[in-house]
Write a protein that binds this ligand. Structure first.
Ligand SMILES: [Zn+2]
Length: 233
């Protein structure tokens, strides 16, 4: 019993050391997330979509040391602050290789949405077939979830899941933009739901956080896939 108790305490302590902050940015109200290790003040930035100044101010006010930028995908509303944060903090930008065509289409995407063409970020670390990344003290899991875009993925760190635009609270990502595929998104939703558990917090690219339990109860798109999703892996 002593061992069990101390393991529980370590897990409990660790759980509270990791903090995730949501910063809603830009015209598209995109969610940028900063995940911080309270023990050593290091941080990861997920999908910095716009308003680089606000994100940088938050990091500086919290005295956080960012180690990397990780993107779930390269749509314009998710990458608008990447280049500026790379420049300010001299940190690497991670993206899955399959997302290269979306990044290359950045100028056309800006024109399509009537936005001034900004600086397209340079990828420092292309993700290829890795299942995990070790960045500082963080172990980052990778779940490939194409469908919303060809190279969309989700990241996991401890009990946190960063789902990008694959899954929203009560909805799912659109598949009508270039490179989108509804059949791929369906398979990715099944894969994502089968890889995460009910205790994990799902941070979405837009809107509020959710959970596997919440989505299995309230998401009509997942209701159609219920027979392919295990209740609690
Ligand atoms: Zn998107």
């Amino acid at each position: 019993m002593r061992i069990k108790s101390s393991v529980w305490r370590i897990c409990f302590f660790r759980r509270f050391e990791i903090n995730v902050t949501q910063i809603v940015v830009g015209h598209f109200q995109e969610n940028t997330f900063v995940l911080a290790d309270g023990e050593n003040q290091s941080a990861l930035i997920f999908d910095p979509g716009d308003e680089a100044d606000r994100i940088a101010d938050f990091l500086q006010n919290q005295q956080l040391q960012p180690l990397a930028i990780l993107n779930t995908h390269a749509h314009i509303d998710h990458i608008g602050a990447v280049a500026e944060l790379q420049r300010r903090f001299t940190i690497p930008f991670y993206l899955w290789q399959a997302e290269e065509p979306v990044l290359a289409g950045y100028p056309q995407a800006c024109a399509m949405f009537g936005m001034p063409a900004g600086v397209a970020p340079q990828v420092d670390e292309w993700i290829t077939d890795e299942e995990r990344l070790s960045i500082g003290s963080f172990e980052v899991g990778i779940i490939r979830t194409p469908g919303h875009t060809p190279g969309g993925l989700c990241y996991t760190v401890n009990e946190h899941v960063f789902a990008g635009d694959t899954l929203f609270n009560g909805s799912v990502g659109r598949t009508d933009l270039p490179g989108g595929s509804w059949s791929k998104l369906e398979n990715s939703l099944v894969k994502l739901m089968n890889k995460i558990n009910n205790e994990q917090i799902i941070h979405c690219g837009h809107g509020p956080d959710t959970s596997k339990t919440g989505e299995m109860q309230g998401n009509p798109f997942l209701a159609q896939l219920r027979n392919r999703i295990a209740p609690n892996p």
